[in-house]
Design a protein around this ligand. Sequence first.
Ligand code: NAD
Ligand code: DAU
Length: 351
Amino acid sequence: MSEYKERIIITGGAGFIGSNLLLNLVPTYRDRLFINVDCLTYAGNLLNLKDIENTDNYRFEHIDIRNYESLAECFRKYKPTGIIHLAAESHVDRSITGPAAFIETNIIGTFNLLELSRKQVESGDNLRFHHVSTDEVFGSLGDTGFFTEDTPYSPNSPYSASKAASDHLVRSYHKTYGLDVVTTNCSNNYGPYQFPEKLIPLMIRNARAELPLPVYGDGQHVRDWLYVEDHCRAIDLVFHRGKSGETYNIGGHNEITNIELVRLICRILDDLLGGGPYERLITFVKDRPGHDRRYAIDASYIEHQLGWVPQHTFDNGIRKTVQWYLDHEDWLESCISGQYLKYYEEMYDKR
Ligand code: NAD
Ligand code: DAU
């Protein structure tokens, strides 16, 4: 391992954003070792990482971040020089029906990583800790205004409350122990490899199967969508060049109501598949409890400080995304059937 001067743990690397990040970082930085720490919940899928699984500078460690001892062993083995922490329970609806896992992974799991980082630094081996968080910690906006880095925290779901708690822990480890931390709070991501419980892949899968397209409440809730590759570029920038102790908001300047977005997806499917209009499948259903009305990010700090700007327009990104899910029906199936677990056993347990 010592042949690599930089050894970076990516937690949650088999999930949506984590796998997009690894697919970008591993080939870009061939002189750095990337260690994917993931316990493969329903949301983790090693098929996402097929293109890099045999690359020299990539390793997979099947570890649950709730398990301090397993994580400690991993720290001893790799002595990481950096951590980019994405592992989390990430779905708001699941946090409403089963909040315990969110408390355990998002809070205790983050605490375990911070403690081990603190101990490693105190024993003389420095590291940078990048915490990947969400705009949901800020709560809900009215019709106007934007979330900035100074917006007070006001989480409304067990998911966002658990992420807010983890953000506070990260901050406290910087203030109290001087740990080198950076935090990013990003808006809704979209793109390849998103688990089909989230709005965009769910709508595409359901439309394809002629199932209802469930829109919560009146459909007038607003989200600010960012193509996942643009988020990954921002993470790369902040991890390498962000100021220690700072937080950076990341967003797409791309607000749209849920109903407009679902109608847009239907029109794209009409074009690509025929058999429309898919809008006929739209079904208004009971609202999500505590449903935040509007999110919108002011990203001017990261734009001015680090020169980040999104490279994908929403028109291109959403078309590309719909096409990707249509081209990857097997992948969608693997999420539902858990086929990837079998794949995992074959790939790793036999080594
Ligand atoms: P995801 O649910 O797709 O993936 C989460 C990954 O974490 C999975 O691979 C899962 O197996 C792993 N994981 C979960 N619990 C674990 C545990 N106890 N130990 C080890 N691994 C565990 O999530 P995502 O959408 O890729 O989000 C990644 C991160 O980015 C999260 O921290 C989320 O809060 C944050 N975020 C997401 C978005 C978004 O729009 N998806 C936006 C802003 C921030
Ligand atoms: O803002 C960042 C957050 O974005 C991340 O922190 C979360 O991890 C990520 O899941 C996402 O949270 P949302 O709750 O905004 O995403 P979701 O895809 O679940 O829902 C998007 C919007 O669509 C939301 O207003 C609820 C609505 N919705 C969702 C589903 C799944 C529907 O109307 N129908 C649905 O079936």
